[in-house]
Design a protein around this ligand. Structure first.
Ligand code: HEM
Ligand SMILES: *[C@@H]1O[C@H](CO)[C@@H](O)[C@H](O)[C@H]1NC(C)=O
Ligand SMILES: *[C@@H]1O[C@H](CO)[C@@H](O)[C@H](O)[C@H]1NC(C)=O
Ligand SMILES: *[C@@H]1O[C@H](CO)[C@@H](O)[C@H](O)[C@H]1NC(C)=O
Ligand SMILES: *[C@@H]1O[C@H](CO)[C@@H](O)[C@H](O)[C@H]1NC(C)=O
Ligand SMILES: *[C@@H]1O[C@H](CO)[C@@H](O)[C@H](O)[C@H]1NC(C)=O
Ligand SMILES: *[C@@H]1O[C@H](CO)[C@@H](O)[C@H](O)[C@H]1NC(C)=O
Ligand SMILES: *[C@@H]1O[C@H](CO)[C@@H](O)[C@H](O)[C@H]1NC(C)=O
Ligand SMILES: *[C@@H]1O[C@H](CO)[C@@H](O)[C@H](O)[C@H]1NC(C)=O
Length: 353
């Protein structure tokens, strides 16, 4: 046996000890101060990029909040939504809820570059999405919260699951409740998180059925305010382009406040999935909508709690997954364990000569 083989064997043993020695790595918890020693400025780095970009594109705050949501609802908050299609990955980005709709992925890459410059190979793309969602809330004058960190990035994406799990804007209340329940989120979470529609934009194709031929009745949605109906018909003519944008909150479009709920109370929810929270007869969501409308502090407290809850869905921690170098791709043939197995089997061939 030559010395290089002995060296590799020693390195292999060392790696196995390190991997095996990570205590309880598969059920490690997220931690607010996860990057305290390894990337203490990560929050301010993400904040600076977003503050900068939002000066010319205020909508980016809404867009990134939505990316985090669409990440978490598909195999957990693991940055699977960011993976591009390659020979081994089928991207989630063409799922019905994402295709020509999700935006801000270029800005995520901009953030990742800034973070990598300060702390190489340290901060996961999944954590960047969670941080960007909180910072977006703050920059839009909404609540702040301590973001639990320590997520790792997936090695896979799942387009089928994205099509199954991302809720449709045409969902009724029972469908919405079922969709959130599957993620471990309850009715209060549903009403609080829907409040994110206090910022951002929506395309005509997602609500135009409500304006002209709701549920094939030949009439508009009876739960749509008639004044608002006229406004929306002007913006979205029958048979017109589906991609035209309008504000989700016609009152204060870029400010994170409780106007979403006061809108719902006068039938000014843009999507069916919004209005059903206030207009489904006898529903338990009505009292929650009213309480968030009456008390913005209560809404902010609930929103924070539900965002933290959502941000913990099926996260990868410890030695699971990886820290991607580039958010759109898994690391080259990646994972320390995979590399060790490959190297050791190559050595095995060499040593049999
Ligand atoms: C309850 C079920 C939900 C449904 C059916 C839904 C559906 C939609 C749809 C159809 C759009 C418009 C997209 C477009 O026109 O391209 C949208 C936008 C948005 N959604 Fe939701 N959403 C839901 C829940 C949430 C949650 C939980 C969050 C975050 C916590 C969220 C945050 C946003 C934001 C901020 C926008 C604006 C995005 C932008 O302007 O780029 N939504 N949503
Ligand atoms: C801010 O944006 C400008 C262009 O809009 C860019 O030149 C500059 O590098 C950005 N700064 C940071 C910190 O991202
Ligand atoms: C990933 O795919 C998107 C389109 O979905 C494209 O705009 C982007 O350039 C791709 N990113 C890279 C790094 O190739
Ligand atoms: C996604 O959008 C593109 C247009 O940009 C379209 O050609 C394609 O068919 C859409 N994919 C799906 C799955 O809807
Ligand atoms: C993707 O999601 C589908 C639908 O839930 C599931 O049947 C399938 O096993 C998943 N694929 C992978 C590779 O996880
Ligand atoms: C919601 O839609 C489902 C079908 O997807 C239907 O079975 C159910 O009765 C509807 N619920 C309400 C409250 O309309
Ligand atoms: C509404 O849609 C149904 C089903 O597509 C269609 O038969 C009906 O003619 C439409 N009504 C109007 C007024 O467009
Ligand atoms: C519709 O909106 C107007 C304000 O634009 C409001 O005065 C009215 O009460 C609303 N109608 C309903 C049924 O809520
Ligand atoms: C509003 O909600 C907050 C948070 O739950 C609570 O402390 C406060 O007492 C409420 N205010 C009113 C006027 O009910």
């Amino acid at each position: 046996m030559n010395s290089s083989f002995n060296l590799t064997l020693a390195a292999l043993c060392c790696v196995v000890v390190v991997l095996g020695g990570l205590p309880f790595s598969s059920n490690a918890q997220l931690d607010n101060s996860f990057y305290r020693d390894t990337c203490p400025n990560v929050h301010s780095i993400v904040r600076e990029v977003l503050r900068n970009v939002s000066k010319t594109d205020p909508r980016i705050l809404a867009s990134l909040m939505r990316v985090h949501f669409h990440d978490c609802f598909v195999q957990g908050c693991d940055a699977s939504i960011l993976l591009n299609t390659t020979s081994t990955i089928t991207s989630e980005q063409t799922a019905f809820g994402n295709n020509n709709s999700i935006r801000g992925l270029d800005v995520v890459n901009q953030i990742k570059t800034a973070v990598e410059n300060a702390c190489p190979n340290t901060v996961s793309c999944a954590d960047i999405l969670a941080l960007a969602a909180e910072i977006s809330s703050v920059l839009a004058h909404g609540p702040d919260w301590k973001v639990p960190l320590g997520r790792r990035d997936s090695l896979t994406a799942n387009l089928t699951l994205a099509n199954e799990n991302l809720p449709s804007p045409a969902f009724n209340l029972s469908e919405l409740k079922k969709n959130f329940d599957r993620q471990g989120l309850d009715t209060t979470d549903l009403v609080a998180l829907s409040g994110a529609h206090t910022i951002g934009r929506g395309q005509c194709r997602f609500f135009v059925d409500r304006l002209y031929n709701f549920s094939n009745t030949g009439n508009p949605d009876p739960t749509l305010n008639t004044t608002y109906l006229q406004t929306l018909r002007t913006i979205c003519p029958n048979g017109g382009p589906g991609s035209t944008l309008t504000d989700l909150d016609p009152t204060t479009p870029d400010t994170f406040d409780s106007a979403y709920y006061s809108n719902l109370r006068i039938q000014k929810g843009l999507f069916e999935s919004d209005q059903v929270l206030a207009s489904t007869s006898g529903a338990d969501t009505i009292a929650i909508v009213n309480s968030f409308n009456n008390n913005q502090t209560l809404f902010f407290e609930a929103f924070k709690a539900s965002m933290i809850k959502m941000s913990k869905i099926k996260v990868l921690t410890g030695s699971q997954g990886e820290i991607r170098k580039q958010c759109n791709f898994v690391n080259g043939n990646s994972g320390l364990a995979t590399k060790v197995i490959r190297e050791s089997s190559e050595d095995g061939i060499v040593s049999s000569y």
